[in-house]
Design a protein around this ligand. Structure first.
Ligand SMILES: *Cc1c(COP(=O)(O)O)cnc(C)c1O
Length: 224
């Protein structure tokens, strides 16, 4: 099957209609993404700012671009004018820069707070106490150009399903805590978790967005 058929098949057979699919096109050329668009699907994710900006420039403007990777704050400006959702906000510093760039572009930028739920030290993310600290601050309350829509996390890369499940549960727990305390508004509603290897568990545990790459596009070749 081609990538467009893969996406259609995935949408109609693998996920409930209330779960959003972010098709992770990182490392794939624009031709492949155009092919993928034939499915009618318009939500794509990239993990590098430069690639995201290049692909945005080259591809149809009705694509919704999701930034799913770790970001340096000095690069926010390249995607601030168009990005649909920034999944990986893992510091207050980054959030402040996004707010500043939102102001410059006169748009409110949708973001998710990324939490560190995996056992692996290499993964990025906040812990709950860090988030609570800045969410309680006056400075945060005065930020008018960011819209925090929910949380994001990555589980440990492991075969052990119990580990993955408990990490996803932790993320949902964090989501609920924050929702009750800081975000009683309905815009705080997304839980972005689950990739090709663990999306089924993520959906069972309450994901509202899953980020799927290799299952749709085939294995990535990093030597390009
Ligand atoms: C690459 C990536 C994905 C997709 O990974 P697959 O295993 O190919 O589905 C999801 N989320 C993030 C943050 C990624 O970097």
């Amino acid at each position: 099957m081609g990538v467009s058929e893969n996406i259609k098949h995935f949408l109609s057979n693998e996920i409930p209609s209330n779960v959003k699919l972010i098709a992770v096109s990182k490392t794939k050329p624009v031709e492949t993404i155009l092919e993928a668009c034939k499915s009618g699907h318009k939500m794509f994710g990239e993990n590098k700012v430069q690639d995201l900006a290049d692909k945005y420039n080259e591809l149809p403007k009705d694509i919704e671009w999701h930034m799913i990777g770790h970001m340096q704050s000095n690069k926010v400006k390249y995607i601030a004018p168009f990005v649909s959702l920034i999944h990986g906000v893992d510091s207050f510093k980054l959030l402040k820069v996004i707010n500043k760039e939102g102001l410059k572009n006169n748009r409110k930028i949708d973001c998710l707070l990324q939490f560190h739920i995996a056992k692996e030290e290499t993964k990025f993310g906040l812990d709950l106490s860090e988030a609570v600290e800045f969410l309680s601050s006056e400075e945060f309350k005065n930020m008018n150009y960011v819209n925090i829509c929910g949380v994001m996390g990555m589980a440990t890369y492991t075969e052990n399903e119990d580990t993955i499940r408990s990490e996803f549960r932790e993320l949902v727990h964090i989501f609920n805590q924050l929702k009750n305390t800081y975000f009683s508004n309905s815009e705080f509603k997304e839980v972005s978790m689950g990739m090709s290897g663990d999306y089924k568990i993520a959906i069972e545990e309450g994901a509202t967005m899953i980020r799927i790459g290799s299952l749709l596009f085939g294995a990535r070749n990093y030597t390009k």
